[in-house]
Design a protein around this ligand. Structure first.
Ligand SMILES: [Zn+2]
Length: 321
């Protein structure tokens, strides 16, 4: 049921993904802003229309769109809305939205090099090719302006932008100190922990962002705020976010320690560990399971519990310290 809750409203929009519905939010202020858009499918468009109608609005009433990150379920629906309105997000959304040939090329090259490092056998390389699908945001627009740490949301005094990379390098949340309300994107979800997805560095030559470590940092960052309700990108609003943040950090630590336990004395690659951790899922969810495992290795490495040794062909074997 879509209804106003003071100055904001949630519209749940179906997706074809395992995660289920994605949430878009309407925020009233000096302008009427939509936060995230759903995916670009006819079902999604219907759901947005119906949601807006229940609020006494139409697509044409939306005056500004802000995205929490570049993933297709949060961005694709931007094409449904008037073309001339501001479309804002973090500058790191741009490579994905622009989707240039150069970016695609660098993206594929990055993953092939990383596949080698993670010990992915050559016969699995075709699965890696599917990762290119991640690049399809299915919308035709690029940002008309960017938002960065500390910015006030245009048209919404009291709402500020916080950079919260990890699930995506482009990820931001929107926070209102007055009542602690937050539009949290996929940083904190009621039912699942977001995947620390592998992404290439934003600048060529930079080292790979350690997504899990960034995600943990971002969670700690919001835990230090006077948080009220977190309006999450999927699922119901989170009314008591702090215990959930603590739980997420703790269970990630426990998952990493499980990996540590498996490592024993046997040097192991990220790919070998992925097969151990996700024997039934790793082939169908290749990218997701590898990024999850890589995140645990990054965490253990950062904690000084393991170290990596590179073979002459560039594969890294991890061992307990
Ligand atoms: Zn996402």
């Amino acid at each position: 049921m879509t209804e106003w809750n003071n100055d904001l409203a949630r519209i749940a929009i179906p997706t074809p993904f395992a995660v289920g519905d994605v949430n878009a939010f309407v925020l009233k202020g000096d302008v009427l802003t939509l936060i995230d858009t759903g995916i670009k499918t006819p079902e999604s468009e219907e759901a947005i229309k119906a949601g807006l109608k229940a609020l006494g609005l139409t697509m044409r009433d939306i005056e500004q769109i802000i995205i929490t990150h570049h993933h297709v379920d949060h961005v694709g629906g931007v094409d449904f809305f008037p073309e001339n309105i501001p479309f804002l997000g973090h500058t790191n959304n741009n490579p994905w939205l622009e989707n240039s040939e150069q970016f695609t090329g660098e993206y594929v090259e990055f993953f092939l090099a990383l596949a080698k490092e993670m010990g992915v056998p050559d016969n699995y390389r075709s699965l890696f090719g599917r990762l290119k699908n991640n690049l399809k945001v299915h919308s035709s627009r690029v940002l008309t302006g960017t938002l960065k740490e500390g910015d006030e949301i245009p048209g919404h005094p009291g709402w500020t932008v916080l950079e919260t990379p990890g699930h995506a390098e482009s990820h931001i949340v929107l926070f209102r100190e007055e009542d602690g309300a937050m539009f949290g994107g996929d940083l904190l979800l009621a039912k699942v922990s977001p995947n620390p997805l592998i992404e290439p560095p934003m600048e060529e030559g930079q080292s790979r962002p350690k997504s899990q470590l960034l995600l943990n940092q971002s969670l700690r960052k919001i835990a230090g705020l006077p948080l009220g309700v977190v309006y999450a990108g999927h699922g119901n609003p989170i009314t008591d976010p702090k215990p959930l943040i603590a739980k997420r950090l703790q269970s990630q630590h426990e998952r990493a320690m499980r990996v540590y336990g498996y490592l024993k004395q046997q040097p192991t690659t990220v790919f070998e560990m992925t097969k151990i951790l996700f024997p039934k899922k790793y082939e169908n969810q290749f990218g997701l399971t590898l990024s999850e495992t890589l995140g645990q290795f990054d965490y253990l490495m950062d904690s000084g519990l393991i170290f990596g040794e590179e073979t002459p062909d560039g594969t890294i074997y991890h061992t307990k310290q």
